[in-house]
Structures are given as C-alpha cells and as structure tokens.
Design a protein around this ligand. Structure first.
Ligand code: TXA
Ligand code: MG
Length: 330
C-alpha cells in the first residue's frame, strides 16, 4: 500500500475514462474532475480500495468520505431519503451539493467510507467527466478532494499531480474546476436541516427550496468540540504554507496580497497581487480562491499572504469559512 506509483496525467478522453473505470474496478485510485474540485476516487464497496484513499491522503480514519453516484435510484440504495432530501435532490442534483442521510442497512459500502457512522454523505456531481466515469464504471465512487489531508483542495489537474505524485495512478485532466470550492454539505439526519459546510449553493438557496430555516454551525462553536456533527469540521483544513492575514486593509513589506474588488490602493507595497475578482463578483472569487492561494503560497518569495476583506453573505460565507480555516495555524 505504501508502494510508490507512477502518476500519469491524461486528457479525459472517452478511452482514458474507460481506462480509469477499469482501474477503479480493480480497486485502485483515480483522480477526476468535478464541478467543485478534483476528487480522489475509489470503489466505495471495496475496503482495500477505500483504505488506499486514506493512506494516499494521510487522512484520519475518523473523517468519513463523500460517496458519488450517477443517479437518484443509486443514491436511494445507499441513504434513506426523507422529504427534505427529495426536495433538495430535485432542486440541486446533479450539482455541488452533498446530503448526509441515514445509511440504508443493506447499503453496499465499505465501513471506512462512513468512518463507521450510521449516516452517509452522498452527491451526484454535474461535471460531464465525473458523470461519464460513474456511468462507465457502474460504481459508487468514494471521493474526497484530491489533496493530502489538511492541504488546499485542488482546482486544476496540475495541483493533483504535484501534491499526490506517486500516490495516485491516473489523473483525468479536464482543465479547471469551475466552482472552485467544495460542495455545500447539508445534514438531514437530525431534528432540523443543518448546514455542515457552506459552499457555492448558499444556505439561503437551500432555505428557499425547503421553505424553512437551515441551522448554521460555526467552526468556532465551543459545543462542537464535544460532539462534532461532521468529523471533518474540527480538523485543520485548507492550509497553505505561508501565514494568512485576513481582513487586511493595507499590506506589510514582504507580503503578497490576495485582493478582492476594484480597490487598487490597498495593493500599494505588495510584493505580488492576485485579485480574486476585480469586479467584486463572489462566484468568480470562489472559483479563483484555491488556485490563487496555491499560486501565492511561496515561502521563498513572501513572508505572508494578506487577504482583503470579503463580504460575508451568499457565497462569501463559504469563502470566509475556507479562509478562516486556512488561517488557523497548526
Ligand atoms: O465538492 C466536494 O464535496 C468534493 C468533491 C470531490 O466531490 N469532495 C470533498 O470531500 O470535499 P472531502 O472528503 O474533502 O470532504 C467531505 C466532508 C468532510 O468534512 C466530512 O467530514 C464530511 O464531508 N462528511 C462525510 N461523511 C459525513 C457524514 N456521514 N456525516 C457528517 N459529515 C460527513
Ligand atoms: Mg477535502
């Protein structure tokens, strides 16, 4: 399991997708694009294959994985759909939304996928390559983001090849992941719907479909430490190597600036500037976030990354969630 592999990055042609499906069916790993970020996939039924994901990422075994399926009938074999789940699935699937449901007793899933929990996280991705891989393999594919545990999520095939070199056999390349942030995770297993991870589908959009409130949880909530609703929530996440300084209104000497919006004077003195969205568009900023953090994360060139303030509404909530996690030191 610790053997070093030769990692090949190939364009996601139909032939390459067919080969990737064969690799998955043989119990080995493939990285593939989704509309959110690149995923590191394995056959969700096969315990050895799933163990390879945890080993490749260095992921703690208490942190469960998302299972990706091609369609709702397959999802229903894995999780028990309540009315809320049916409504959200109809509104947002295929798409960047993950539902946490009670696991079906006879769900064909390796226990490690759900970290032994009685619940399961399911998503139907919209990306055509992800869809084609699910269809060609006929599998439920367990896939976390294709990065070493605790590091930035990959939004381009080059990030995967760089960070998981020797640990994944094949990277299916299809350019940049559009949304750029991981899926919105909604937990439907408790007394009320709950947002476990903000994403590009906003809490407000989910509430509009459910015609009722969705509980938000904050990563700084002290109660979480006792009973985390999502095991991944408390782990250090999305960490660049350089320190991040959030809500920066000016730049210190030696710092790079991650800017947002048309605000040129804050950039004064920055060693380098990347602007998430010069026109101040939050969806564009989300799509650029991880790629720009990857680009600026150069300890040999800068002392820190100063990050301009980002509005805290809609997708901005998800952006600020990722930035706050990235800014937490280990
Ligand atoms: O956009 C995405 O969701 C990407 C692409 C590849 O689909 N995947 C992704 O997976 O971000 P990952 O493993 O990096 O994040 C999964 C999150 C973790 O925070 C995990 O704790 C949570 O989902 N999760 C998984 N199963 C859960 C469960 N049964 N109950 C609560 N949270 C769960
Ligand atoms: Mg991840």
């Amino acid at each position: 399991m610790t053997t070093r592999l030769t990692t090949r990055t190939v364009d996601a042609t139909p032939a390459a997708i067919g080969e990737a499906a064969d690799i998955l069916r043989a119990g080995r790993l493939v990285a593939f694009p989704t509309e959110t970020v690149y995923g590191l996939g394995a056959d969700a039924r096969n315990p050895d294959a799933v163990a390879r994901i945890f080993a490749a990422k260095g992921r703690p075994s208490i942190n469960p994985l998302i299972t990706h399926v091609a369609d709702i009938p397959h999802a229903q074999k894995l999780g028990r759909f309540c009315t809320y789940a049916e409504e959200l699935a109809a509104a947002f699937w295929p798409g960047p939304m993950t539902l946490v449901l009670h696991r079906q007793d006879d769900a064909e899933l390796a226990d490690a996928v759900t970290a032994g929990l009685p619940t399961v996280a399911i998503r139907i991705p919209a990306h055509p390559v992800a869809q084609a891989l699910l269809t060609a393999s006929g599998l439920a594919i367990a896939a976390p983001s294709a990065n070493p545990s605790g590091r930035l999520s990959p939004t381009a095939p080059g990030h995967v090849a760089q960070e998981l070199d020797g640990k994944v056999e094949l990277v299916l390349a299809a350019g940049r992941a559009d949304a750029g942030l991981e899926s919105t995770v909604i937990d439907l297993t408790g007394p009320a719907p709950r947002l476990l991870r903000p994403g590009t589908i906003s809490a407000e959009e989910v509430e509009a479909v459910l015609e009722g409130p969705v509980e938000r949880i904050s990563t700084s909530d002290a109660k979480l430490a006792e009973a985390p609703p999502s095991p991944g929530l408390l782990l250090r996440h999305y960490a660049p190597r350089l320190p991040l300084r959030l809500n920066a209104r000016s730049v210190e000497p030696g710092e790079a600036l991650l800017a947002f919006g048309p605000n040129p004077f804050i950039a004064k003195g920055a060693a380098e500037v990347a602007n998430l969205s010069p026109k101040g568009d939050l969806a564009e900023a989300a799509s650029n976030l991880f790629a720009m953090l990857h680009h600026l994360d150069r300890p040999q060139d800068f002392t820190a990354i100063a990050v301009a303030p980002i509005p805290d509404h809609g997708i901005g909530l998800a952006l600020n969630d990722r930035l706050q996690r990235a800014a937490q030191s280990s």
